[in-house]
Design a protein around this ligand. Structure first.
Ligand SMILES: [Zn+2]
Length: 289
């Protein structure tokens, strides 16, 4: 297979996950800056080691070789050849980032959810019209969470010198209404790296009120004055199941783009993508291909 070379602005780093196929991985997504139009790309799998062995913060611009993903129907998904990565730039907050983000289409979540099949955009930028809440679910003691902790402990024994991954038993959810006039509201899990790091660090620094602090911080990130937008992405086992992958700022709202087929529309392989079933498991839901 001949690889393509891509220039990517990293905008999404999800919380590390652990799956049976690829071990400890991170869902990385960004914006392809090569070519005439900027568009979304998902890089998977990216091993967790790529981050702790090298510095790859959000808003870094990298160049690397990629191959179209053979097991993921979502049009934006590619396999990265991580050892070909060259770091080109780091975009500071403010004008330069905003220039890139404001060239992307903005979707409504109502349209993304209502679209059928695998060819809908699986990554996008959604400008909330109104934030309606922040919620958390506590999965302490759940079987799935315990299994994940066990696998993480085993992984750390194999990788000498690797930092130990810790998985939050909490799921944090953002409630909002999108720009669709008929929107009745969405509540979606926030899975960005920072929120799991906030859980990991703040529960030690602020043991009595770290959950309140997390809520306060994430609500501040979507305050209207910041011109927030949500980076959203769906799950390969349930294309209508979108998650909040991160929060952008300085995004000027424009008329939402109607949702059509994404780039590189391909025929589905294993499912017609119309299922409304929930993903088979929450473990590795973004990742385990
Ligand atoms: Zn909506």
């Amino acid at each position: 297979m001949v690889a393509e070379r891509a220039t990517v602005l990293i905008t999404v780093k999800a919380s590390p996950e652990i799956g049976r196929t690829h071990g400890e991985t991170v869902c990385v997504a960004g914006i392809r800056l090569d070519g005439d139009d900027y568009h979304w790309i998902r890089l998977f799998p990216v091993q967790w080691q790529w981050f702790w062995q090298g510095e790859h913060p959000k808003y870094q611009v990298i160049e690397l070789e990629i191959d179209k993903h053979d097991k993921d129907q979502r049009p934006e998904s590619y396999r990265p050849r991580l050892d070909t990565t060259t770091v080109l730039d780091q975009l500071p907050a403010g004008k330069r980032r905003a220039e890139v983000l404001n060239r992307l289409p903005q979707y409504t979540m109502c349209d993304l959810v209502a679209a059928k099949g695998w060819s809908r955009p699986s990554l996008g930028l959604v400008v909330p019209r109104e934030i309606t809440g922040f919620a958390r679910e506590d999965h302490t003691g759940d079987t799935a969470h315990a299994a994940k902790m066990n696998r993480a402990a085993q992984g750390s024994l194999l990788a000498q010198g690797a930092p130990k991954l810790e998985f939050s038993p909490f799921t944090f959810k953002l409630g909002y209404r999108c720009q669709s006039a008929s929107c009745r509201g969405h509540e979606q899990s926030i899975v960005d790296w920072e929120i799991s790091e906030a859980w990991r660090n703040w529960r030690r620094s602020y043991p009595t009120d770290y959950l309140d602090r997390i809520e306060e911080k994430w609500l501040s990130l979507v305050a209207p004055a910041r011109l927030p937008a949500l980076y959203v992405g769906n799950q390969h086992q349930a294309p209508q199941g979108f998650l909040v992958l991160g929060i952008a700022r300085d995004v000027t709202p424009v008329e939402p783009t109607p949702v059509g087929p994404g780039p590189g529309d391909t025929a589905p392989r294993s499912s017609d993508g119309r299922s409304t079933d929930p993903p088979r498991s929450t473990e590795g839901r973004l990742f385990d291909l």
